[in-house]
Structures are given as C-alpha cells and as structure tokens.
Write a protein that binds this ligand. Sequence first.
Ligand code: GLC
Length: 420
Amino acid sequence: MQDNAAAILAENDRGTYTVPTKGLYPFQWNWDSCLTALGQQQLDEARAWLEIDTLLAHQWPDGMVPHIIFHVEDDGYFPGSNVWGTNRPTPTSGITQPPVCAFVLRRLYERASDKAQAREMALRLAPKAAAWHRWFYRCRDPHGTGLVALLHPWESGRDNSLDWVEPLMRVPDEGVTPYVRRDTTHVDPSQRPTKAEYDRYLWLVEHFRDLGWNNEILHDNSPFRVVDPGFNAILIRSDEDLAWLAGELGLADLAAEATARVVKARAALETLWSEEDRQYLCFDRALGAPVKSASVGGLLPLFAGAGDAGRQSALAGTLRKWRGQTRFGVASHDPADPRFEAKRYWRGPAWLIVNYLLVDGLKRCGLDDAAEEVRRDSLGLIQQSGFAEYYDPLTGEALGGGRFTWTAAMVLEFLRGERA
Ligand code: GLC
C-alpha cells in the first residue's frame, strides 16, 4: 500500500508542484498541495517544502492564496484561465480554498529531520500564511463578526455539498456566456453537479470578474455569502498552529496577532451550533439564517477542538450514528437525509482528506476510539477499492478520478499513525 501511494505521488509530480490527478485536474490546487506535502515529507523532505513554496509564490498582493494555479495551459479543464480573467503573471483562479496551509507548515516543521532547512522555509512561508489569514478576516468578514464567508461553493473544498443548494438559489442562472463543461467527459455525469448549478457557479465567476476581482468589494456585492463551520474551523486551527510556529521562530508579534484572531473566532463559531442537529450548521449570511443541512462540514469543528466536552461528545455521537448507517465512514452528508446520494460528489461519498482532519480532531478532543474507527475505515476503503478521489460509503466503490494524489498522501499519513 505504501509503495503504491508513493508511486502515485511520483506520477502526479510536475517538478515544483503536484497535480491532483491526470486529466480531470491538470493544475495545482491549493489545499490538495498542502495536504499532499504531508505525504511527500515522508519520501523527500525538501520536495514537501517546495510544494508549499510554489503555492505561496502565487499569492495575490492583497494576501489571497488562489484555489488553482494554471502553471501550464490545458484545455481538458473548464473553467480555464481565460474564464477567470484574473490578470496575474501566472494565471490563477480568483477564489480561495480551505486554509490548511499553516496547519501543514507546523507539522512539516515539527517532524523535520533537517532542522536548518525547516527553519529557513518556515521563516519564509509563515509570514505569507499570516498575510492570507489577515486577508480572510479583512475581506471575508468585513463587518467583524469573527467568522469568514465563502463567496463561491468551490471555496469550501466541498464543492457540491447540499449546504449550497438553498443559498445558490439567490444566484441568477441567466446571462452566463455559453460554455462547454469538461468534468463530465472525465467522470460519470450522474456523480457531478447539474447544469442549473453549473450555470450559477459561472454566474458568480463572471460577476466577480466584472467587479475586477477587487476583494475589498466582492463580499458585500456577492449574492452568495455563506459561513461554513468546517471552513472556519480549519482557519481557526491553522491560526492556532501559525501562532505556535511563530512562537518557535521568535516572531512574537505574528504569534500574538494570530492568537487574538483565534480567541474571537472560537467564540463566534459557537453561534453555528444546532442543538437539534447535534452538530454545527452553515449560516447563510445573505439571508441572515442558518442553512438546515447536516453535512460533514458541521462535524469538522472537531479539528479546531471547538465547543466544550459536551458538544464534542455530541459530535462524536452524530458521527457514530452516521457510521452506523454506512459500511465505510465518514459520509460527507447525513445518510438519513432524504437528499443523501451515495455516489454524487460531496452529497454522500467519503473522502480520505476529510477523514484525516476528523481523525486529528477526534484525537485532540480525547476521542481516541472514534478516531481509530475512522482511520480503519479509511484504510479499508483503499484495500478494497484502491486510491480513488472519493468512495461510495455504502459499498466502498471507488468514484471520481483515479490514482488520486491527496488520497495517496493521506494513506501515507494513516500508515504513519499505525507505526507510531
Ligand atoms: C474537487 C474538490 C476540491 C479539490 C479539487 C481537486 O473540486 O471538491 O476540494 O480541491 O477537486 O482535487
């Protein structure tokens, strides 16, 4: 299993960055790269630092780190760089993705065997991660609530989640430049988003492009503004890890600033708790109401150690209930929800990266047994079906793209956990 994982990382390595998988995703993706670096470190430490160095070299002047870097043109993917029209030296998309970067930087630093290299790279990269985090609260929380909003479903990383169905209704679906999708040529269309959804995704892209990708005004001018508990939890955790790293590096101001953000955001995150659902829920900021949708995004606050012991064990209870209804955890959506679809991406399937973040979170909350169950399910999926993009949680069937980079990286991480 380990050799297979290493072979996949090598296969998708483009020298200075790694593609998620051949064909379907031929560029560098933000959170894919960061999580991939964790696996790479076990094989080649310098290569792992380089992966993140490349990503952050394409940070925007305002601090945003884009979700895709189009290093080389490839017309197998839509929407390509010409649709985004972001006018960057190397083309990028104009939106961001879950900020796992600082969490990964801390892990790389702590585990490094070449300490001099680790210090040099961390000193170079931590200030960039800090600028990104500042950008989040300035541009995605301009009214100072303590929680950042997503302006596009693709920013969540859980692109096709049921969480976005209602909020997307406020986005017009007319007037979009005619286009041809490419995702459905690589993957069975029944697993992918519908045309009505795709029209709205593109409406948002064109709208932001018309506003000149000016992040100082996009938030208040977007009909899609959703606060995702999972995304915010990742940001909080990364800020916490950034504070730790800055402390190690002697960057006291940076550490203090990150800690202040964490304190405020932690308190704000609790406003997303739903006692009825026994988990956190998204909040539709454009509407001013919670989104009644029980997705795995609402369990991810474990990753930030959010809530008190009562809420954490409630989350573990919800997770147990979900696992009880599937053969392999963790479903990306509540299996009891009538809208659950075991094969449509992010509306049911299990993802190893989500499992990884949950395992880490469960452990930090002292829920070791639950963590071990999720880790076992993850390796069980690989054993049965190989290294896919995601899996049917009822049958374990491999779905989406194959020979998938971050799945391979997570396997290396889970196996590492086994040895430890
Ligand atoms: C899909 C996923 C997203 C990921 C990308 C590349 O769009 O939803 O989270 O970053 O694929 O793997």
